[in-house]
Ligand binder design. Structure first.
Ligand code: ZN
Ligand code: ZN
Ligand code: ZN
Ligand code: ZN
Length: 321
């Protein structure tokens, strides 16, 4: 009877934890493995308002999540190791001397936590032990993208649909539908455009958005222009596409064929790696015709989707077997 009872308790415990797991999927939770029946009983009242443990693990000074070593003052006020270095050995809460006391209990509590990725609202469904959550979030595929607009250091971040709205409404970016384009870049005084950023154009095709950048910069001592495409999505998906750019006049032309870079790579990084169509200024002025006082470039281009089985990719699995 007693044995049955114990069995029954442990089973229902398991179910209870299962339920907790589901109910709090997007909230704080204890890992099933660390919740032994006795500690479970002792701890559950403290964790039932899930956010309070989370709040305990928030540094009272900088509000970041705390990671070991977590410090505390003689009165038990906790703070993170970064802040500890900055507060001149005085507790920011009670002004007492801080000393060098670790808060091992809180470090242990943190160790037993499992938390959803902070980008769960953007679609990431993964759950992580407290200490590896941060590592994941830096790499999470659902992490928001930076605004791809190059004209200023725009601090806006978000998912792609959000950024599209932002580009359209706040940066007044030109939006086009289609996989081919024909663009004219005109500047009345080309001598003044070193390091100037030019307007961004966005294309929508194959269900994705692409950013066409065109700008002047200094390549060593030489003033040049560069045009390149970035893909609004991650690196893996960007690899499914190719694009070509062409500029020319008077029977000469320059062409470029490449893979669009993900907007995970900053516009500056792409430019500085010269991953695009580079046009020497002399050549650009030649293409512009006229008296070389005005820059008038016509850039044409095309975006296409690579066939997934068109190259060796299809044979690789066979070779592996
Ligand atoms: Zn802190
Ligand atoms: Zn204190
Ligand atoms: Zn994630
Ligand atoms: Zn922006």
């Amino acid at each position: 009877m007693e044995i049955d009872g114990i069995d029954c308790v442990s089973t229902s415990d398991g179910i209870y934890e299962e339920e907790i797991h589901h109910q709090h999927r997007h909230r704080l939770q204890f890992s099933a493995s660390s919740a032994k029946p006795t500690t479970n009983n002792a701890v559950s009242p403290a964790i039932s308002p899930a956010t309070s443990v989370h709040e305990l693990l928030e540094c009272s000074v900088c509000t970041n999540s705390m990671y070991p070593p977590i410090h505390q003052c003689l009165n038990g006020h906790t703070l993170c190791s970064t802040c500890k270095l900055r507060v001149n050995n005085r507790c920011p809460t009670c002004r007492h001397e801080l000393g060098d006391i670790r808060c091992l209990a809180l470090e242990k509590v943190a160790e037993s936590l499992e938390l959803p990725c902070k980008y769960c609202s953007l679609g990431c469904m993964e759950i992580f032990p407290y200490y590896s959550k941060l590592k994941h979030e830096v790499q999470c595929n659902f992490r928001p993208y930076n605004c791809p607009y190059a004209g200023s250091e725009c601090p806006v971040v978000g998912d792609i649909p959000f950024l599209i709205d932002h580009l359209r409404n706040d940066h007044k970016v030109d939006m086009h539908t289609g996989s081919t384009f024909n663009h004219r870049y005109v500047k009345s005084n080309p001598r003044e455009v070193e390091n100037a950023t030019w307007m961004l154009t966005v294309f929508f095709c194959f269900g994705h958005y692409f950013c066409l950048h065109f700008e002047a910069f200094q390549l060593g001592m030489a003033p040049v222009y560069i045009a390149f495409l970035r893909f609004m999505g991650d690196e893996v998906e960007a690899g499914n596409f190719s694009y070509s750019l062409e500029v020319g006049a008077n029977g000469r032309k320059l062409t470029w064929e490449g893979t669009p870079r993900s907007i995970r790579d900053s516009h500056r990084k792409v430019r500085d790696s010269h991953d695009g169509l580079i046009i020497q200024r002399n050549m650009a002025l030649f293409f512009s015709g006229g008296d070389r006082k005005e820059l008038k470039l016509r850039v044409t281009g095309r975006i296409w989707k690579e066939q997934p089985n068109s190259d060796a990719g299809v044979y690789i699995p066979n070779l592996c077997i």
